[in-house]
Ligand binder design. Structure first.
Ligand code: HEM
Length: 338
């Protein structure tokens, strides 16, 4: 009996190994490992140059607005189903897509991605994912004013096939979020408090609409007289009140980093410390000791750029599809038909 057991053990082990391998390989889509630098080197050597040339030409024509738009597009892509270009998919008659959710109402830059995709489909059809184009476009647009790449983009993302407005609503942080909510939202994406602080530094460029911070300006305390959020610098609050006119003004937008609105620099953190963070979610970063210590440490430009490079690379890996997961969309707005 004992001898039989001993003879059977190797066979059992083989079964266990086979089952484990089948489980690893099975279940449909497989992850193909990590993203890689120059992933398209062989399959589409022109890929990175094509995106760079198109983005650079478009940013040269609109340097004030487009870098912020393309950077935010990348963030909103990565925070819903990972960086899978699900933000680019159009709604269909039966399904409202991410881009039609309220927090994405002011997203822009889709046409730049479409232009790059159209050229890439002509040069090397079915090879370069929309998700990678979004990641490259954000880097190229923000880097424009520096004349050098601010970070390297690892590639090999594949495109998702699902896009739901309801998921954009539940996954994107809101400008009214407090620190605890922001921290847990980022943690849900595998990003820590440092990433939250550094990535919020993206608000060094771009604009915010009055209705998204209006509640901080008008009768904040509930008193009849005009009263602002006490964490807002009083002069800044008065200036914003005059510009916005009302808390519900959804037409007027103001720079998020007054004094250095066009530069991608550490000045956002200078403003934060002066009570000039535009959104409640910006000001909330000072409510946590760890986050506040980082902010106080972060005013140097070189340090900010070095930290931003690490954090945005990390954000660019959130929930990515690789290997044979997802697909390479032919048109970034439409899932391929089977
Ligand atoms: C921490 C949580 C965040 C919240 C609550 C938040 C919220 C917002 C809001 C409400 C706006 C203004 C939208 C409008 O008025 O139309 C905005 C703009 C922007 N956000 Fe964020 N954001 C966050 C993090 C980030 C991150 C991580 C990035 C990028 C890495 C980013 C990049 C931008 C950019 C560049 C703009 C300006 C867009 C433009 O001018 O078109 N944000 N954000």
């Amino acid at each position: 009996m004992a001898a039989m057991t001993m003879r059977r053990r190797p066979a059992m082990e083989v079964v266990v190994v086979v089952v484990a391998v089948v489980m690893m390989l099975g279940g449909g889509a497989r992850a193909g490992g990590p993203l890689k630098a120059h992933y398209y080197r062989h399959a589409c050597p022109e890929a990175e140059v094509v995106v760079r040339e198109i983005v650079t030409a478009r940013v040269a024509a609109d340097p004030a607005a487009l870098p912020a738009r393309l950077l935010r597009l990348f963030f909103h892509d990565c925070f819903v189903r990972g960086c899978d270009a699900s933000v680019l998919i159009d709604s269909t008659s039966g399904s409202s897509a991410e881009k039609d959710a309220a927090p994405n109402g002011s997203l822009a830059g889709y046409d730049v991605i479409d232009s790059a995709k159209a050229v890439l489909e002509a040069v090397c059809p079915g090879v370069v994912s929309c998700a990678d184009i979004v990641a490259l476009a954000a880097r190229d647009a923000v880097s424009f004013q520096f004349g050098r790449d601010l970070w390297d983009v690892q590639l090999g993302r594949r495109d998702g096939v699902v896009s739901l407005a309801s998921e954009a609503l539940s996954n994107l942080p809101a400008p009214t979020d407090n620190f605890t909510t922001l921290r847990s939202n980022f943690a849900g994406k595998g990003l820590d408090v440092k990433d939250l602080v550094i990535l919020s530094g993206a608000h060094t460029i771009g604009v915010g609409h009055c209705n998204l911070f209006g509640a901080r300006l008008f009768n904040f305390t509930g008193a009849a007289a005009p009263s602002a959020d006490p964490t807002l610098n009083a002069a800044y609050a008065a200036q914003l009140r005059a510009t916005c006119g009302s808390a519900s003004n959804n037409v007027t937008a103001v720079p998020m980093d007054p004094g250095s609105a066009a530069r991608f620099d550490a000045h956002y953190f200078v403003n934060l410390k002066l009570g000039r963070g535009l959104f409640a979610s910006d000001a909330a970063l000072l409510d946590d000791r760890h986050a506040a210590a980082l902010i106080h440490d972060l005013t140097g430009q070189d340090r900010f750029l070095a930290e931003f490079k690490n954090a945005i690379r990390k954000m660019g890996r959130v929930g990515v599809l690789t290997g044979d997961q997802g697909e390479i969309r032919r048109n970034c707005r439409i899932v391929n038909s089977k």
